[in-house]
Design a protein around this ligand. Structure first.
Ligand code: AMP
Length: 589
């Protein structure tokens, strides 16, 4: 780690600091003609982009691979200071890109000698964050370098950590307790540490790590660069900063508001018994990259099982699951092998997966902080995200309290009804078919084979193009009814009494419109004495009516199946014979 520039930057004089920065820029731009070339190739030659920091090619490559287009505000401010070797006191939330803000300059400045001893120590409050930060260091490290980062934290095998620490290690990321244990046992050699990062310092404080942190800092070499990041700046953090940081650059990123603005926050009114139904309906609209927060471990499993039977790819994250398995689950979510995670708050602490687009607060969060943490799992680093909070009648005053403490109004969202879900299904199917037609073009071998099959169907079975398309779609849909027609009357009974009245009126008129497609007078509703208890399904009803009478399936309207009976909209003015047949209708289930 270079320390030369640090002496210069210690002078408070802004000019010297600026000159120094310019010096570095000029120096790097003179010797970086290859770098510029590469930056040009990577299309990141923009002065505001990462190339302006003078990073080497391999780091620029790693940044490009991560898909970062330009530095986030904290990176713009912190990277130049850290490259200069300054200490840094940063106030920034997770999700702002703070990890890259310290990891990139550290990697750029790290001496690559053959010594076994670690040079950089990063302390984090939780093992989840330790793993994530270590992963970030690995992903930013040049592929060609033998830079080694390890994570050490409690709850995992001590011996494997010892053998990792014995081998060549450059960067150690860990939780205070476990770091202390290793230092005490002499298994972690710290005499060459020249950079210390305290990440999420306020969290470490809250978790009672203050003494441990001070114990560790006192054991480290006195000459080192120090970086302290904290989401909030309570007095205790200021005291630590004063005590240990050397004339630090101070950076404050007011991200809390900006971040939560990127997250659209909604709530739905739903009573306890209908929560799972409401959840399934919401997942019909959005089901890729979803995290569902629930209060208990057992609920994570039961909800996941239920969603699985509904066809979703889902996994659970709770405190009973061993650490390595949890890491594996998060990795599978990141890579898209699973789409939905059902988690408890503790198990999902610090979870950072870019893919998360929707956070569902299935159970009301314990406090505002928990809510903010939950919704912060989406909308990472400038992306947009959505958060939905389930609220029952008794929790309404909690909702008002939450809005007050967030100083933010959370808008109501209606539980998606059949019409919305069906429109979504049609849109998705159309989109999927369109997307597959594009993919097909790329696979010539497959295309030739499919053309053969289509020709055979046309020639040998006299099928038209449209018949073949229809049959292929049916095959994909598995002969299940494509559109849902489930009972939705409960949706309109979830709201507050005041909202109830106005909603009921508007829903009633909406219902009437939908039921008849705007031609309510063409239907008559018939009641049949079979229902859910008889395991009756919509297709059974349609086929039984069509077989027993001359009513065409297409002219059957809305079908509602209740526990003991069902209501079916049939064309008005049926003749007496048909009505008699309907009276004695037997259902084929
Ligand atoms: P952090 O605040 O370090 O937890 O980072 C939050 C997320 O932002 C992580 O998923 C990073 O991969 C991502 N990220 C960091 N820097 C950038 C950037 N410059 N552009 C886009 N995403 C970034």
């Amino acid at each position: 780690m270079e320390s030369k520039s640090k002496d210069l930057s210690l002078k408070k004089d802004g000019n010297i600091l600026n000159e120094n920065k310019n010096e570095i820029r000029t120096k790097s731009s003179k010797s970086l003609s290859k770098e510029e070339q590469k930056a040009k190739e990577l299309n990141i030659n923009d002065e505001n982009g990462f190339s302006s920091f003078g990073f080497n090619n391999s780091i620029l490559n790693a940044i490009e691979k991560k898909g970062y287009k330009e530095p986030t505000p904290i990176q713009k401010e912190a990277i130049p200071e850290l490259i200069l070797g300054k200490d840094l006191l940063g106030q920034a939330q997770t999700g702002t890109g703070k990890t890259a803000a310290f990891a990139l300059p550290i990697i750029q400045k790290l001496d690559r000698n053959k010594e076994n001893h670690a040079k950089v120590l990063v302390m984090t409050p939780t093992r989840e964050l330790a793993t994530q930060v270590a992963e970030s260091f690995k992903s930013y490290s040049p592929e060609s370098s033998d830079l080694k980062t390890i994570a050490i934290y409690g709850g995992t095998d001590f011996r494997s950590q010892i053998s990792n620490l014995k081998r060549k290690t450059d960067i150690v990321v860990g939780t205070p307790g476990r770091i202390m244990d290793h230092i005490r046992q002499g298994t972690f050699k710290i005499d060459k540490i020249n950079c210390l990062v305290l990440d999420e310092a306020d969290e470490m404080l809250k978790m009672g790590f203050l003494e441990d942190i001070e114990w560790i800092i006192d054991k480290l070499p006195s000459s080192k660069q120090m970086v302290l990041f904290s989401a909030t700046m309570p007095n205790e953090i200021k005291t630590i900063a004063k005590k240990y940081l050397n004339n630090p650059a101070e950076i404050k990123i007011k991200s809390i508001k900006k971040e939560s603005q990127l997250i659209s926050q909604k709530f739905i009114n739903v009573q306890r018994h209908y929560k799972l139904e409401a959840l399934k309906r919401i997942l019909e609209i959005s089901n890729e990259g979803v995290i569902i927060f629930v209060r208990t471990k057992s609920l994570t499993t039961s909800i996941a099982e239920s969603l699985e039977t509904y066809g979703h790819s889902v996994s659970v994250l709770n405190g009973d699951i061993p650490q390595n398995q949890r890491e594996n689950t998060v990795d599978r979510l990141r890579k898209g092998f699973i789409d939905i995670l059902v988690a408890t708050d503790v198990a999902a602490r610090g979870l950072d997966v870019d893919r998360i687009k929707l956070v569902i607060n299935y159970d009301f969060p314990f406090d505002t902080e928990t809510y903010t943490h939950r919704i912060g799992r989406t909308g990472r680093a400038g992306r947009s995200g959505e958060a939905i909070l389930f609220v029952n009648r008794r929790e309404r005053h909690f909702l008002r309290n939450l809005e007050n403490s967030l100083n933010n109004k959370i808008e109501e969202l209606e539980i998606p009804n059949n019409k919305i879900i069906n429109e979504r299904r049609i849109k998705r199917l159309t989109h999927d078919i369109k997307r597959n037609s594009l993919l097909e073009k790329e696979n010539e071998e497959n295309k030739a084979l499919m053309t053969d099959i289509i020709d055979t169907l046309k020639i040998n079975y006299d099928m038209e193009d449209s018949d073949i398309s229809m049959a292929a779609i049916n095959l994909v849909l598995g002969n299940k009814p494509f559109l849902i027609n489930d009972d939705e009357s409960w949706i309109y009974k979830q709201s507050t009494p005041e909202r109830d009245r106005s909603n009921r009126n508007s829903n009633r008129s909406r219902n009437l419109g939908r039921r008849s497609g705007g031609q309510n007078n063409i239907f008559e509703t018939f009641k049949f004495n079979f229902g859910k208890v008889d395991k009756v399904k919509v297709p059974n009803i349609i086929s039984s009516i069509c077989l027993a009478t001359d009513i065409n399936g297409r002219s059957i309207g809305k079908i509602q199946i209740f526990n003991e009976f069902s209501l079916v909209d049939l064309p008005k003015n049926l003749n007496r014979d048909t009505k008699n047949k309907l009276k004695s209708l037997k259902i084929k289930s």
